[in-house]
Design a protein around this ligand. Structure first.
Ligand code: GLY
Length: 428
């Protein structure tokens, strides 16, 4: 079977790497992909938003399975267009992808189906939103309704910060139309965990839980990024906690979507907060997380292509129990200095051509080949994943790999896993 993976980040490289191991897969194409995937897949220069060109490519090349990495093509309805041409594609339809593409839709869905989440109110008028904040208890979380490349969630500690955030989103429209509506919700505390699960509209199978590190700097300081590192599994998600998440979040979400006439297929990613009052949903994503996927897939032994086909064919109910490698994984994001703001591109990267580290994998995101030499080409440049018997050893392995990579302006967090690991005198 020929497979097409849409996207160009570390997540997509990890997907390609894992799909390549499938006995069902003969050849992989990536659109547009990145230079690092070149050894495993053929990159084709098609933009992720160019649905028509992607459909034509899949028809012409008899693609047996298309996998969508990023949220934007899902929100635009790429799955509907592929389905119209009877092409097999893994992911939710445009209507189902609203769980991610509209925060108002997803919170109202949770309220309707009694799925635990923070209390919230929605607003379309700036003055009303400010008025609400004036009498609310801080901190609050202000969210733009639509997709905002991970930047549309702002935690505010007082009325001045709230007014500024609302002004930016609703009046200055810094996120464009994504800010036409806002959602204001209570700030909840606890351990955060990413639960990614494969759904077929009726059944849902969770992958191992993982934890992301969204802030740019150590100690969870600085601006939010796409994710600076992740590890898997999270031991604090005990069997009992996972049962609660399954019973109160994942199953009710799948059943609720089916009941509402918009069955959800693909990856349901529930960003969870484990609070004293039990697990609550912070947000849903309708796709694999990045960098979480770079940490989770290296531990998955089950054939990913078979799992995805079972989602498309609605046969997950009969799918064998997922098979996982024992131990832990840790992925460290190597970024360019300045990310998530402005950063330089084109910096020569040393240590990639001859990279060799046992049980350590390199996933490319923002890299390019220039005159056959690796250079930086993005904010998040590489993900280095180590796997080992436990988290501390997996981290040691990943950081050993990270230290081999050198470029001007290299930036990475040295404290991935800090929320669960006790400090040691030496390195992590
Ligand atoms: N790592 C967070 C996300 O993929 O949205």
């Amino acid at each position: 079977m020929k497979v097409l993976v849409i996207g160009s980040g570390g997540r997509e490289h990890a997907l390609v790497w894992k799909l390549k191991k499938s006995k069902k897969v003969d050849k992989i194409f990536c659109a547009p992909g990145n230079a690092g995937m070149g050894k495993l897949a053929k990159c084709v220069n098609l933009k992720v938003e160019n649905t028509k060109a992607l459909v034509d490519f899949a028809l012409r090349n008899k693609i047996g399975l298309t996998v969508v990495g990023p949220e934007v093509p899902l929100a635009k309805g790429i799955v509907n267009e592929f389905q119209r041409k009877k092409l097999k594609i893994f992911g939710p339809t445009k209507a189902a992808a609203q769980l991610e593409s509209s925060k108002v839709f997803s919170k109202e869905f949770m309220r309707k189906h009694h799925i635990p989440t923070a209390p919230f109110k929605t607003f379309t008028m700036f003055a009303e939103a400010v008025g609400f904040c004036n009498s609310a208890q801080f901190p609050l979380v202000i969210k733009a309704d639509g997709l905002a490349a991970g930047k549309g969630v702002i935690i505010v500690k007082n009325i001045e910060e709230a007014t500024k955030a609302l002004d930016d989103i609703m009046l200055s429209k810094v996120f464009g139309d994504a800010g036409t509506q806002v959602l204001i919700e209570s700030f909840i505390v606890g351990q955060e965990v990413s639960i990614m699960a494969i759904a077929d509209g009726k059944t849902i199978i969770p992958l191992l839980p993982s934890q992301d590190h969204k802030q740019a700097y150590e100690g969870d300081k600085g601006p939010n990024t796409g994710g600076m590192g992740a590890y898997c599994p999270t031991d604090f998600v005990t069997k009992d906690v996972m049962t609660q998440i399954m019973d109160h979040v994942l199953m009710p979400t799948i059943h609720g979507m089916a009941q509402d006439g918009i069955p959800f297929k693909g990856v349901l990613y529930a960003g969870m907060m484990l609070t004293e009052a039990g697990p609550k949903v912070l947000e849903y994503n309708a796709r694999f997380g990045d960098p979480e996927t770079q940490a989770v897939l290296p531990l998955l032994k089950t054939d990913l292509a078979e799992l995805m086909l079972a989602s498309i064919n609605q046969t997950l109910g009969a799918f064998p129990k997922l098979n996982w490698q024992q131990g832990s994984s840790a992925c460290i994001t190597i970024a360019s200095k300045g990310y998530p703001g402005r950063y330089k591109k084109g910096m020569p990267i040393k240590g990639l051509h001859d990279f060799k580290e046992e049980n350590c994998f390199v996933f490319h995101a923002g890299t390019a080949l220039k005159d056959r030499k690796w250079v930086t080409n993005g904010g998040r440049v590489l993900g280095i994943t180590g796997i080992d018997k436990n988290l501390r050893l997996a981290l040691n392995r990943a950081y050993k790999g990270v230290e081999r990579i050198k470029f001007n302006g290299v930036m990475y967090r040295k404290d991935i896993g800090f929320r669960v690991l006790k400090p040691t005198k030496g390195k992590v």
